[in-house]
Design a protein around this ligand. Structure first.
Ligand SMILES: NC(=O)c1ccc[n+]([C@@H]2O[C@H](COP(=O)([O-])OP(=O)(O)OC[C@H]3O[C@@H](n4cnc5c(N)ncnc54)[C@H](O)[C@@H]3O)[C@@H](O)[C@H]2O)c1
Length: 258
């Protein structure tokens, strides 16, 4: 129960990595606030988790400072404060660069980058007031570093998260608030099944570039979030940790099985 007594906000908690993270923190003893635009799903998950779980409907594509403050206020009303924020909600849009719609570019930045910025501000203000430090974890991606031709908005947003994390980290560590990011490789969630793993050819290509020879499980990302928010990670500040099965390291001239 390494997070007993803590209050954790997780965005995008209706499914995938957000749900796995909320479940992991709950199992570790924390009280959790599940935030998502899929209200029915977060309600069901919060009710299933029981006592130490509440939910909140929020469309983070329309996030403002007021909305971010409401998210943090929900944690204060339900559990008396906030100790951990997991900025996990994310979206992707795929189109060739020259055809990429402006609205899609803006939408991806609003959900993936602007909402974490505003929620990070709101959570940090509350943590500073509380005076007991805290942890903020931003969900990045290997696409913070790697480029995919039809994924400009997503790659830009995740590259932005890397730097948002760095700036927040150096700004907030004097308040004992540690900010870090997680940059997963390919993890089997709905987002991945409906985008980069949509065809068997794409699946085989991804596995041919993944030394572990398999995709990751959501629980393998949740465990990194739990670690980063714990005292075991007390000297890790402003880092992006890449749980990617070795993807980023593999020399592109070498096939996985050589
Ligand atoms: N799955 C992967 O392989 C992978 C790899 C790298 C990074 N990531 C990142 O991890 C995070 C979670 O990804 P996932 O695979 O679990 O995705 P997912 O699509 O399965 O889940 C995303 C969740 O975010 C919510 N969401 C989307 N738009 C929202 C909005 N406007 N307001 C509130 N909630 C919103 C969705 O309703 C959903 O519950 C994302 O930031 C994604 O970019 C995932």
């Amino acid at each position: 129960m390494k997070h007993a007594g803590k209050v954790v906000i997780v965005t995008g908690a209706a499914q995938g990595l957000g749900l796995a993270s909320a479940e992991r923190f709950h199992a570790d003893g924390a009280s959790v606030v599940l935030v998502d635009l899929k209200a029915e799903r977060v309600r069901e998950h919060a009710e299933r988790l029981g006592d130490r779980a509440v939910w909140l409907e929020a469309d983070l594509s329309a996030c403002t400072a007021d909305m971010a403050a409401r998210v943090v206020a929900k944690a204060a009303e339900a559990f008396g404060g906030v100790d951990v924020l997991v900025n996990n909600a994310g979206v992707i849009h795929l189109d060739d660069f020259v055809d990429f719609p402006e609205e899609a570019f803006d939408w991806v930045q609003r959900v993936n980058l602007k909402a974490p910025f505003l929620l990070g501000q709101a959570a940090a203000r509350a943590m500073i007031r509380q005076g007991r430090g805290g942890s903020i974890i931003n969900m990045s991606s290997i696409n913070a570093i790697l480029a995919i031709p039809n994924s400009v908005a997503y790659a830009v947003s995740k590259g932005g998260i890397k730097q948002l994390t760095a700036v927040m980290a150096v700004g907030l560590i004097p308040h004992n608030i540690r900010v870090n990011a997680i940059g997963p490789g390919t993890i089997l969630t709905d987002m991945v099944k409906s985008s980069v793993m949509a065809s068997e050819t794409q699946r085989q290509t991804i596995l041919s570039r993944t030394p572990s020879g398999r995709c990751g499980e959501p629980s393998e990302i949740a465990s990194v979030a739990s670690f980063l928010a714990s005292d075991d990670a007390s000297y890790i500040v402003g880092q992006t940790i890449y749980p990617d099965g070795g993807r980023l390291l593999l020399d592109y001239t070498v096939a996985v099985k050589d």
